[in-house]
Ligand binder design. Sequence first.
Ligand SMILES: [Zn+2]
Length: 362
Amino acid sequence: MRNMSLMLGRIGGIPIYVHWTFSLLIAYVVYIGVINQMGYTGVVWLLALTGAVFICVLLHELGHSMAARKYGIETEDISLLPIGGLARLEKMPRKPTQELVIAIMGPMVNVAIGLVLFVVFIVGFGTDFNLDLLEIFEAPFTGKKFVFLLLIMNISLVVFNMIPAFPMDGGRVFRALLSYKMDYVKATQIASLVGRALAIGMVAFGFFEREMTMMLIGTFVFFGANVENKVVSMEGALEGYKVKDLLRKRYTIFRTHETVRDALSMLYKGLERNFLIMDEHNSLEGIITSKLLLANKKTGLDTPLADIMNTDIAALDTNSELKEVYALMRQKQQPIVPIFEEGLLMGVIDYQTVSDFIQQKK
Ligand SMILES: [Zn+2]
């Protein structure tokens, strides 16, 4: 379990997670089947259709991942949520063509699936497209209807994902196209603004037409567009600065055998919030964050830091770009990054320092 998710397995080395709320979706689908009096076969059929849609969503995410891999960008993981899928790439490329290709390869997968289903339909069932096929809750629950509805779902996935607003793929495509003409921060601002305008339109339309789903999607798009703009403008503020410009050379080190109590007493002095942990041979073993310390405050003051420290940590070089550190901190949820130069520990960069720096630059 990670973030309340269950790992299904790996595809091409990428861990695939499914969120626990998925079980609610399954229960909901069964419930819908039952109240629509679909019968046993109907409910199983509906569940199979839901499963098939999510396989298409998974393939869509894999489309992004495989495109990213072509540019040397790996995918941390793919999560399936009842509202859709999410591929977490280790970073987003700043080159317009790369972003464009990565963003568009998801929907392209659904276009391809759609074409295959279309051919399957024609070959298997002829050209008899009639509106009865859209009656998802009405018998007969045939293979013909299954293929047809899955085809419609794939078309909807393409249309929905190509809405030109963050966090949809269409938003990324739009930004990539804009960034051929202008700088990335400006392109993001415009794409974000258009996205938010669209979102407000969706909410308004949903309100007047009493379309709850439309209102929800609009709200989701609005906040997504906002977040993207914030993150990119913050990265813009860090543009041109190196790690060494904000390097903190004085920092407290704890040893692996020292306890939560020791680290908490330092935390309460209020000067540092996150600490490096070394063994007796001065080799860096992990980090401990204020969050972790406070979480262990009640249960184990005498717990050695070695037992709770975060050992999956990233380090950078003094010559790295500051925005690279910032991206890494957010990506890995790692608020302190050790900085090395030719194998020697030179200091640390703290999240607080970076965000103060961004604040005073505004
Ligand atoms: Zn996508």
